[in-house]
Design a protein around this ligand. Sequence first.
Ligand code: SF4
Length: 513
Amino acid sequence: MEKLFESMYQLIVETSTKLPKDVRRAIAKAKLSESAGTRAAMSLATITENITMADENVSPICQDTGLPTFKIKTPVGVNQLEIKEAIYTAIAQATKDGKLRPNSVDSLTGANSGDNLGVGTPVIKFEQWEKDYIDARLILKGGGCENKNIQYSLPCELEGLGRAGRDLDGIRKCVMHSVYQAQGQGCSAGVIGVGIGGDRTSGYELAKEQLFRSLDDENAIPELKELEEYVMENANKLGIGTMGFGGETTLLGCKVGVANRIPASFFVSVAYNCWAYRRLGVKINAESGDLMEWMYQEGEMIDFSKELAEQEEVAATSDSREIVLEAPITEEKIRSLKVGDVVRINGRMFTGRDAIHKYLSDNDSPVDLDGQIIYHCGPVMLKDAEGNWEVKAAGPTTSIREEPYQGDIMKRFGIRAVMGKGGMGAKTLKALGEHGGVYLNAIGGAAQYYADCIKGVDGVDLMEFGIPEAMWHLRVEGFTAVVTMDSHGNSLHADVEKSSLEKLAQFKDRVFS
Ligand code: SF4
């Protein structure tokens, strides 16, 4: 049991902190395709720096642990209850050690269990097989990309593409549309797992199952191999790019699986995974519980630390304006900012995500927010030996969830900047113009990079919402983000969405007969 616990603990820590080799190679390829000085190149440079920092610090690549999902194959006769117990203990320990964020929340009360255990969490799926060892795989898929999963019921009408029928060409249209609808909100460049067939539940399971495949494998079914290649070639022509900033690489991988369906239903389910594609696997001795071998180890291991000097050169050649922001920020200063400007933030910022936004819409703020910056972030926090809070991971969360509240809260409390990822909608854009505010896009998933910019935690309010949802008072230095929505009515997100829809329409005509 002890050995089994150790093997599961290693699997969890390695999955959370070390990006697999095939994903690194796909990111390296994406980097080569972007021109120096572009926003996409800058984002990818931050991403690769973040991957290196996670390696070195053995810390989470992204702060969002997601819903840990295990797929376990066991020889006949192995006690699955013992395996479950070992996973539960290992998950709780990894959470305590700051390798996972406490991410399991009671759906009715909102209470965070604090150890990633709870009804339905983690997900563990067992299967029996004839081999004599245990095959244990884990995927950590965060909420930003999970929320961009989509399921199509054929036939259907698709924006930009028209009718998608019950055939391979209809499936092709759905897959292309799934990439378009995700925009940058799932922390593109992403990987999609596609499930053709099944019912609403098994279709999504099949889609997620594809994410356990290697990015380098070839589909054994010729039609699906062709579909995967088609999507990889053409989805990257949509111009959505890294973080939805525009660019050459929108997709790092496309894997398609098929299952039978019933005559009345025809589902195409898509599981969208962000660039922080954390999935690994181990072979475990079924008798001793010892870890025998790591999976996904084929091919070259890219060491991004060697590229750091080159990255500095990319930053130096960037043609964006770079502006220092320090709260409290005046309306005049905020109105001088334009979409595309790069800002470096020093000084104070406050975190605030779903629970805080809901709270502020009904209550007074526990702190003076006039001229301040709100960061949409649910950090991984640990107390050090002296009892002081330490930030272990602190990337941005998806901002659009705060759309119903954001504009009103900014006006009511005098907030000048909100920062997150993926952009916000028309209501917030209008409020930015009326009030004098900006939306800043930080690089999604760059949890280590941003944690390093946080030089101190000066306080915390509303801890009753749990660590990710509390309002943390952070002191930062050189915290970099891009203005993607300004007070002059400009939104990079709206522009990229519009241009990518026009490009999507080029793929309207039948390709597969
Ligand atoms: S990289 Fe983005 S989508 Fe992925 S887990 Fe992190 S915040 Fe969520």
